[in-house]
Design a protein. Structure first.
Length: 331
């Protein structure tokens, strides 16, 4: 689940790019009520690390930029290994060191509370949202605070403004599994879900190319692709290895994590699109196609559908956009 797609008049278009995996909750979670005045303090209490350097993601530096980050490292040096594992996972998701050189990753934030997760979203926008600017007005800050807090209780992790913001349960499970102190969940079940969630989010980070659909369709398309890369056991086993959690998370727990499906309709739409393009969704051809960037997949699907259905590529693109953009709720 994502923070609500509040495309506000003040230009927070990036808020709509927040991406995340929701837990299997029912109903609408309560919002976290916060205001700009409290968010800076709260964000400083979270473990926020800026990622510096260029080139392969695995070789970049993690610089603690908050009191929470410095305290975490003091209490548990193992936390740095956890974060290095996340960098390794992102590099792996990109297709290796060389392929990861172009990935934009501004930072990683580990939340120690639901409110902290919302504060991290707020802070990521203030620091790195190109559409927000350096001197936001009071009204903009208030709107951003509201947008940041909306679905925070339900969001396991999200990517926004080039930041990987990890919610309290995933962060807690991840740290606990490596022997670091935690504020959130500690079970094997949560550790397995952390593997799944981080593999999903890594896909958002490594492939931001446009499939050539409308904005509403693009979002659903990217969620379907992130799921396509994080819903097979082999993918999760690879991710588990990158995170150095082989000993902590058994295969059975990984299998169980696959019952968490926050985007079933987008997954179905992708399968239908593949079929319409003449590609069996479970085939090797489909796997090969889905391993390519979103832009190429979008083109291939539109062309395939146009051929199969005797229509134009433009019409196929419009149909795809509508199909991916009409999920029951806008995430
Ligand atoms: Zn997502």
């Amino acid at each position: 689940m994502l923070l609500s797609p509040n495309i506000t008049p003040v230009g927070f278009a990036a808020i709509g790019r927040m991406l995340g995996v929701a837990p299997p909750t029912s109903g609408t979670p309560a919002s976290v009520a916060m205001n700009p005045a409290s968010l800076d303090t709260l964000a400083d209490q979270q473990a926020r690390f800026r990622v510096e350097g260029s080139g392969p993601v695995g070789g970049r530096s993690l610089v603690p930029i908050s009191t929470g980050a410095r305290e975490l490292l003091e209490e548990s040096p193992a936390a740095r290994d956890v974060l290095s594992g996340v960098l390794a996972l992102i590099e792996h998701a990109a297709g290796g060191a060389e392929a990861s050189a172009g990935v934009v990753l501004n930072g990683i934030a580990l939340a120690s509370s639901v409110e902290g997760h919302a504060a991290n979203t707020y802070a990521a926008h203030l620091a790195d949202d190109p559409e927000l600017g350096r001197s936001p007005s009071g009204a903009q800050l208030a709107q951003l605070a509201s947008d940041s807090s909306g679905d925070a209780p339900a969001t396991k992790a999200l990517v926004t403004s080039g930041w990987l913001n990890v919610g309290v349960d995933v962060a807690g499970a991840l740290l606990a599994a490596r022997g670091a102190p935690v504020g959130g969940a500690t079970s094997v079940t949560h550790a397995a879900l952390a593997v799944r969630v981080l593999r999903h989010e890594a896909q958002h980070l490594v492939d931001t190319s446009s499939p050539g659909l409308t904005p509403a369709g693009t979002h659903g398309f990217h969620e379907a692709l992130a799921e396509a890369h994080s819903t097979h056991l082999e993918q999760l086993q690879d991710a588990r290895g990158m995170l150095a959690l082989d000993a902590a998370v058994p295969d059975e727990a990984l299998r169980s994590s696959l019952t968490t499906r926050p985007y079933p309709q987008h997954e179905r739409t992708l399968a239908q699109a593949l079929k319409a393009a003449g590609i069996e969704p479970t085939s090797a051809d489909a796997a090969a196609l889905l391993a390519r960037p979103a832009s190429q997949i979008g083109v291939a699907l539109a062309e395939g559908i146009a051929r199969s259905e005797g229509t134009t590529v433009e019409q196929a693109r419009a149909d795809l956009s509508r199909a991916f953009g009409t999920d029951g709720r806008a995430h």
